[in-house]
Each structure stands twice: as structure tokens, then as C-alpha cells.
Design a protein around this ligand. Structure first.
Ligand code: NAD
Ligand code: LMR
Length: 329
């Protein structure tokens, strides 16, 4: 059967995540091994030539699923008819830049991109924001797209989720495939809370299996939450292949579903669950089925977790207030 290609837009396509992402999208790792794709690459004018170079390499791979590549510096063109939008390009924090300056600079990127998605994207568009500060950039884009259902705007915490699985597997001497039901709550920042109280290691409760609150508080949580900074320190550049891998995981799971008996973590607009103010784009445990996600309900939140979730959510509220003050919402 011939399938209609899915239009996938990648912003910041000439960046390091873009380079790690595009070849895997074109080889079927975003949507599935039988789903053809058309790529739209959005870049700033100075980086269009580099994106053209990447497109030449994509051509040279002769990927059977890749049905076209378009490169542009115009968001209206990039998001025309798009089904999956991966918003990777963002303004990095420069020396001496205050948080407000960073939020404002990113507002200048995500607000027009949100509007272009609103005006041009396909009805079924799904948006993943990777560019930092990812949760608040997603909120800005969503606010500029009132005609798109709010739940289609998501932010990436899957890298944090994957990092946490890996650390827990190491600590317990188990395989990553033995870990289930881990949760990242809150912001994709150092305040995030990786929660193992509901997680399982080979079917047994992870917190009981580890039974080491000091490791949890002093090693596991800081290692996961500060992993991005540790990678920048070691590599001299932020995570790229692991970030691209997490973006693929996020969209693949959203579209194709979570495995039976497991869940994942996604930054999504809060419906007020677990005391997270409605509308904030915060990370939650979610299950996915039929191309939609649902927050896992009914988890008991102990005092250890409550304080940590609340402090990450407080940071998200402050970021929202800051961008509101800048007229970006
Ligand atoms: P990079 O600097 O290598 O690439 C960014 C690219 O975006 C550049 O090519 C730049 O020209 C482009 N760009 C800038 N403004 C643009 C615009 N308005 N439209 C289109 N393209 C634009 O950065 P990178 O390493 O690829 O990282 C990209 C972003 O992802 C950063 O914000 C980084 O902090 C973030 N990140 C997020 C996570 C996460 O887990 N959420 C993980 C890693 C990195
Ligand atoms: C990461 O978690 O690796 C990145 O978000 C770090 C960064 O600041 O780019």
C-alpha cells in the first residue's frame, strides 16, 4: 500500500541536534519504519547554506522513506501543511544575558513560529519544543496558536526520563529494559524532579529496591537534573545525539503509544492534575494511545516528592509570569 508522506518540519536544522536528528527521521525512527516523510528545514538566513549541505548528505543516503526536502528561512513556508513540528532552533544564553533577556529573545523566535503553525499547519499537527527554555518556549508558541488544540504543544523531558532510567539501571544492576513507570515532573531545568517512588525495577518497586534515601537525594536526583550541564562541561557543547534520540522517542511514543504496563514523561499543558496550575507546560507521567496522551492519575505523592514537584512548578510559574510581563502570552 502506498502511504501519503507525513510532513515533518525541523527548525534549527543546521545545528548540532539537527544533524543528529535528520538522518534518523529520514530512516524511519520518528514515526515508524513504514512511514514515508517529507522534510522541511527551517533555518536563519546565515545557516541556510549549511542546511543545504545536510540536505545533500540526506540525498546521498538514498533513504527509501524520504520523499522530499525543502529548505527555507520563512516560517510560513516551513510550517505549511506540517504534521509534525520539531522546534529545535533557539537562542542560547549568551554571556551576561539575564533570564529575562533570554526569555525575550526566545519569544522573538517562538511567537512567530507559533503563529505560523496556527495559520499554516495541518489539522493534526503535533508540536515538540526542544529549544530551551523548552517548557516556556512551548507555552509562548502555544499562546500564539489559538486555533490549534492546546494539547498539541509539548516540551521535551524525554531526555531527562531516559537519563533517569539509565542511572537507576546502573544503581540496581539491572537492564534499562527492566525499568518502568519512571516519572519526570516539572521543568526541563535543574529543578526537575525525577521520581522513582512509582517506578519498577523488574516488577518490584524501585524506591524499595534501592532503599537508600541519601543516594536518591544526594546522587540520583542531582545527577539527572544537572546532566545537561555536566555534558556541556565534558563535551564543550550541549547534548546532541542523546537529545535527538529523545526527540525521536517522544514523537514515536506519542504517535504509536506507550507499551502495556509502562508510561513515559512529557512536558504538556497541565489540566490541574497533581496541583500543577492549569495551563503551565509541565512534565507529567503520561500514557499514549491512538495518537493522544493522558496523564496517569491517582498516584500517591509523598512529602519528599511533593516539595520537589512544587519547587519545579514554582519555577515554571515564574517563567510564565516573566513572559506574560513581556507581552509574549
Ligand atoms: P545549535 O546552536 O547547534 O543549533 C541551533 C540552530 O538553531 C542553529 O543552526 C541556529 O542557526 C538555529 N536557529 C536559531 N534561531 C532560529 C530561528 N529563529 N529559526 C530557525 N532556526 C534557528 O544548538 P543545538 O545544540 O542544536 O541545540 C538546540 C536547542 O536545544 C538549544 O536551545 C538547546 O539548549 C536545546 N536542548 C534541549 C534539550 C532538551 O532536553 N529539551 C536537550 C539538549 C539541547
Ligand atoms: C540538556 O539537558 O542536555 C540541555 O537542555 C542542556 C542545555 O542547556 O542545552
Amino acid at each position: 500500500m502506498t502511504r501519503t508522506p507525513v510532513n515533518v518540519t525541523v527548525t534549527g536544522a543546521a545545528g548540532q541536534i539537527g544533524y543528529a536528528l535528520l538522518f534518523r527521521i529520514a530512516s524511519g525512527h520518528l514515526l515508524g519504519a513504514d512511514v514515508p516523510v517529507k522534510l522541511r528545514l527551517l533555518e536563519i538566513p546565515q545557516a541556510v547554506k549549511a542546511a543545504e549541505g545536510t540536505a545533500m548528505e540526506l540525498d546521498d543516503c538514498a533513504f527509501p522513506l524520504l520523499r522530499g526536502i525543502e529548505i527555507t528561512d520563512d516560517a510560513e513556508v516551513a510550517f505549511d501543511g506540517t504534521n509534525v513540528a520539531l522546534l529545535v532552533g533557539a537562542r542560547p544564553r549568551a554571556k551576561g544575558m539575564e533570564r529575562g533577556d533570554l526569555l525575550e529573545a526566545n519569544g522573538g523566535i517562538f511567537k512567530p513560529q507559533g503563529k505560523a503553525i496556527n495559520d499554516r499547519a495541518a489539522d493534526d499537527v503535533r508540536v515538540l519544543v526542544v529549544g530551551n527554555p523548552a517548557n516556556t518556549n512551548a507555552l509562548i508558541a502555544q499562546a500564539a496558536a489559538p486555533d490549534v488544540p492546546a494539547e498539541r504543544f509539548t516540551a521535551m523531558t524525554r531526555l531527562d526520563h531516559n537519563r533517569a532510567i539509565s542511572q537507576l539501571a546502573k544503581k540496581t544492576g539491572s537492564a534499562v529494559s527492566d525499568i518502568r513507570k519512571l516519572t519526570i515532573w516539572g521543568n526541563h531545568s535543574a529543578t526537575q524532579y525525577p521520581d522513582i517512588f512509582h517506578a519498577e525495577v523488574a516488577g518490584k518497586n524501585a524506591a524499595e529496591t534501592v532503599s537508600d534515601e541519601q543516594w536518591l537525594a544526594d546522587e540520583f536526583i542531582p545527577t539527572v537534573a544537572k546532566r545537561g550541564a555536566a555534558i556541556i562541561d565534558a563535551r564543550g557543547a550541549s547534548s546532541a545525539a542523546s537529545a535527538a534520540n529523545a526527540a525521536l522517542d517522544h514523537v514515536f511514543t506519542w504517535v504509536n503509544g506507550t507499551p502495556e504496563g509502562d508510561w513515559t514523561s512529557m512536558g504538556i499543558p497541565s489540566d490541574g492534575s497533581y496541583g500543577v496550575p492549569e495551563g503551565l507546560i509541565s512534565s507529567f507521567p503520561v500514557t499514549c494511545a491512538g495518537g493522544a496522551y493522558e496523564i496517569v492519575q491517582g498516584l500517591e505523592i509523598n512529602d519528599f516528592s511533593r516539595g520537589r514537584i512544587d519547587s519545579s512548578v514554582k519555577e515554571l510559574s515564574e517563567e510564565r509570569d516573566a513572559v506574560r510581563g513581556l507581552g509574549l502570552l
